[in-house]
Design a protein around this ligand. Structure first.
Ligand code: MN
Length: 499
């Protein structure tokens, strides 16, 4: 589905995109006829942000057409999955809420992040919204209704413009849009529930309490029999990336790779982990990422043996390595990279031996993706490869049988080797790790070695923690490492980290 040629053309396309963006930014944005000013919406548009959004796009690189196709595919998937299970069905009602604003303390909001499933199906970046798709089971007939907050002069003074239902059909390409306050009556009357309708809503995890209350009530009244959770259907679509999504992922990975390279160069003995964190954050944002995709792990010395170390407040001493797990979010798409480097620019012998062993395992795992294994098969393979390589360097007893060695290897790397990657860092969590890789999937490959002081291990290895993590696209022609620009070989890492 996605060829290597496509990726080779990518850089060319990107530079055209940049040129276009710059020239677009220099032209006057279209004005609203009424008052002569640009009409701001609840999110960037081609009119107000031509440097970010090209014509026809709702969010960067994602067109109205692609969003409509995603909704159509969801309906097709749902219809085909239920045809056998519920032959008497004639109607589906699918309800997908947005995220809501969260507060750090009184009136102090966290940075808003849209719920990925809602964003994927609408392109809408506003909080407190809801998508309802009603579909008859005869093919091709469905209607998307987007519920949005109404425009409100007072709130807009404080929080900025809202799109409002009056602009939503034009902006998002939905069939109709209504104020959020009408969701309840819409569900009661207009969704026309019958005994042969099926409600699709995630009752277990709702990001928007307002919608949840309405749905609980609605469900009790009219859907006493059947309902289903749409999450796994949406995740099944999201796990295969479209060409536009691959471009966004590629850029997200390039930005994080370059930021980490610069951060390696910046680090030196005596640096605080916090400064390393600040550097990678700064470099990612400077290159256009909206934020880091997750709180980064910046672990100097033996802190690297703590897998989720995010305190990032210790000094890194001469002779220590730094393990950094960091990625960025670029127009809604996440990268996720880990590199381990010597803070003084040169691995010592023990560090180098462990690094080379781990790199060998990581390289073989990427290579193994050619055969399209499942994520769990990759994990099995990691344990086997680590067992052999850790035996070679004397970290585990190379004379034990393979099962014992694999158990020992698990002890030194207690986490999984891979997860799906996309709009979320741990993307499409409801997609099984037991399905073979398919073209268009993007996964991480991230083996590690962590030797803490409680482990039975030769003294010289104690306190060492290493992980190497790349983001890899599956194509018809094999795996493509999207984070290839981030230094990884021993030589490249030493060159990048010496100042
Ligand atoms: Mn990861």
């Amino acid at each position: 589905m996605f060829s290597l040629r496509f990726l080779r053309n990518y850089n060319k396309q990107l530079s055209i995109l940049r040129l276009k963006s710059i020239s677009a930014a220099n032209t006057t944005a279209k004005v609203n006829d009424k008052d002569g000013a640009v009409q701001y919406m609840g999110q960037p548009t081609n009119e107000t942000h031509p440097h970010l959004i090209n014509e026809g796009e709702v969010v960067p690189l994602i067109t109205k057409l692609e969003l409509q196709e995603r909704r159509q595919k969801l309906i097709d998937l749902i219809t085909s999955q239920t045809r056998k299970r519920y032959p008497e069905l004639n109607r589906h009602v699918i309800v997908i809420p947005s995220a809501t604003k969260k507060y750090m303390s009184e009136k102090i909001p966290y940075v808003f992040r849209q719920h990925s499933d809602f964003l994927y199906l609408t392109g809408c970046m506003e909080p407190d919204s809801c998508l309802v798709i009603t579909a008859s089971t005869s093919p091709g007939q469905h209607q998307s209704t987007l519920f949005l907050r109404e425009k409100d002069q007072h709130s807009e003074i404080w929080d900025g413009p809202r799109t409002g239902p009056e602009n939503a059909v034009r902006l998002f390409g939905v069939d109709q849009s209504l104020p959020m306050k009408e969701l309840s009556s819409f569900m009661q009357c207009c969704a026309q529930p019958t005994s042969s309708s099926l409600l699709w809503y995630n009752f277990k995890e709702s990001p928007l309490p307002e919608v949840d209350t309405i749905l609980q009530e609605y469900f009790k009244k009219v859907f006493s029999k059947v309902w289903d959770n749409p999450t796994s259907c949406i995740h099944n679509l999201r796990v295969i990336k479209s060409p536009a999504e691959i471009k966004l992922m590629q850029r997200s990975c390039e930005i994080a790779s370059e930021a980490i390279r610069k951060t390696m160069h910046f680090s030196r003995p005596g640096v605080n982990e916090h400064e390393i964190f600040a550097t990678v954050d700064y470099e990612c944002r400077k290159m256009g990422a909206e934020m880091l995709a997750y709180p980064p792990v910046v672990a100097g010395g033996d802190r690297a043996t703590i897998i989720h170390y995010i305190n990032n407040n210790q000094m890194v001493r001469d002779g220590d390595m730094v393990l950094m797990d960091a990625g960025c979010e670029y127009h809604g798409y996440s990268s996720d990279i880990t590199r381990t480097w010597p803070v003084n620019g040169q691995f010592n012998n023990v560090q180098a031996a462990a690094y080379e062993a781990l790199l060998d395992v990581q390289t073989q795992l990427i290579d193994a993706m050619k055969k399209r294994p499942t994520l769990n098969q990759l994990y099995q393979l990691m344990c086997q490869l680590l067992a052999i390589r850790l035996g070679d360097i004397g970290l585990i007893d190379s004379k034990s049988d393979m099962n014992t060695k694999m158990r020992n290897a698990y002890d030194f790397c207690p986490h999984h080797v891979s997860h799906y990657l996309g709009m979320d860092v741990h993307d499409t969590g409801s997609v099984s790790r037991d399905i073979p890789l398919q073209p268009g999937m993007i996964i991480t490959i991230e083996p590690g070695i962590y030797v803490n002081y409680k482990h039975e291990a030769p003294k010289e290895f104690k306190g060492l923690g290493l992980r190497i993590e790349d983001d890899v696209l599956v194509t018809e022609d094999g795996p493509v490492v999207l984070t290839a620009n981030c230094p990884k070989t021993l030589k490249d890492v030493e060159a990048a980290s010496s100042s």
